[in-house]
Write a protein that binds this ligand. Structure first.
Ligand SMILES: Cc1ncc(COP(=O)(O)O)c(C=O)c1O
Length: 347
């Protein structure tokens, strides 16, 4: 006997990365930014008034929309504020998918997509990236919701915007481009969200802006789509503190750009260092790398590192069993990891 709908009963649920309670660990498992948020963010936090907490928040997060619109060079009616990028994903799956309306996406990718589809009782069309014609196959499937994570997680790979523009033009349904990691790439798809009536972009402040703890993301699309998405969201999906803090963060572009540049430079160094330790590491356009353990067992390394309070991510999923996803940390954190890997290699 269960009180739940069948699909919920059968669902394993999304498994978030491990969040250790201690702080004296090297935590490279959930793609957080290793640097603190902008000092202007902390100033905002300290100046939150009790009156602003007593009241409900602005339902649309207007001050953030205005600030983001200015930074991105788009009208503010092209933006929906969300409780992290994940909230936008939930809104989209609720808006576009059901028993008769499948979601399609290339795999491997962010494991939340399949969970959200299952919650909607929606079939999924999963197309392996390995197929050289995966973009054509997505176009042929022409699902009501197609999701492409770009840069992709957990691989860190990137598809040129012009290819996604071609796909958007071929699809009859929505193309949701998950750009949670785009701050670390060389190119983004913002022009597609302006040009195509069926494109939605996901953005997150968790990675580039060091705000994973505050939960703030946003979507970019033409106003007609934004109006539809607003109908689906919770009435007050972003809280007052999050709106204030996210606005301060996106307004401090100098701090953001310096931080992102440091992480990208460190990423290139890590790719070289890991290759020198016999890992196979493809180019990444994200704030993490996916390292294939050629001579050792990935699960075992993951375990051995955890025993030393060094956390990286291991996915027991097809195609990922021999790989570790490693977030880019500070040079000091990364050095601790590299030294531990060197020691483990010597065993
Ligand atoms: C691919 C991808 N999309 C979206 C998100 C959502 O990010 P958040 O809800 O923290 O903004 C994540 C988080 O890890 C992610 O990896």
């Amino acid at each position: 006997m269960t009180y739940f709908r069948n699909n919920i009963e059968e669902l394993a649920g999304y498994a978030p990365g491990f969040q250790p309670s201690q702080t004296d660990v090297v935590k490279l498992n959930t793609n957080e930014n290793p640097y603190p948020p902008s000092p202007k963010v902390m100033e905002k936090v300290h100046n939150i008034t009790s009156e602003s907490l007593r009241r409900y928040p602005a339902p649309l997060g207007d001050i953030f929309r205005t600030a983001a619109a200015e930074v991105l060079g788009i009208p503010s009616d092209h933006i929906i504020c969300t409780n992290g990028g994940d909230d936008l994903l939930t809104i989209c799956f609720r808006a576009f998918c059901d028993e008769d309306r499948p979601a399609a996406y290339p795999t491997p990718t962010y494991s939340l997509y399949s969970v959200l589809a299952a919650l909607q009782d929606s079939p999924v069309i999963e197309i392996p990236y390995e197929k050289p014609d995966w973009l054509d196959r997505l176009a042929q499937a022409s699902a009501p919701l197609t999701v492409v994570c770009n840069p992709n997680a957990p691989t860190g790979s990137h598809v040129p915007a012009r290819k996604l523009a071609e796909l958007a033009g071929q699809l009859e349904g929505i193309l949701l481009i998950d750009e949670a990691y785009v701050d670390f790439a060389e190119e983004n798809c913002i022009q597609l969200a302006r040009d195509f009536e069926n494109v939605i972009l996901l953005r997150s402040l968790s990675k580039g802006y060091s705000l994973a703890g505050i939960r703030f993301g946003f979507g970019i699309a033409q106003p007609k789509l934004i109006e539809g998405l607003l109908k689906v969201k919770d009435s007050y999906n972003v809280d007052t503190v999050a709106i204030e803090v996210a606005t301060a963060a996106i307004s401090d572009q100098d701090y953001f750009k310096a931080n992102v540049a440091a992480i990208k430079a460190e990423r290139e160094r890590m790719v070289q260092e890991l290759r020198a330790l016999d890992f196979e590491v493809p180019q990444s356009y994200s704030n993490f790398v996916l390292a294939r353990c050629v001579k050792t067992d990935a699960r075992q390394i993951h375990q051995n590192l955890a025993e030393k309070n060094i956390y990286v991510r291991y996915f027991d999923l097809p195609g990922l069993e021999d790989k570790l996803r490693i977030s880019i940390g500070t040079p000091e954190q990364d050095m601790v990891l590299l030294q531990a890997l060197q020691e483990l290699r010597g065993r």
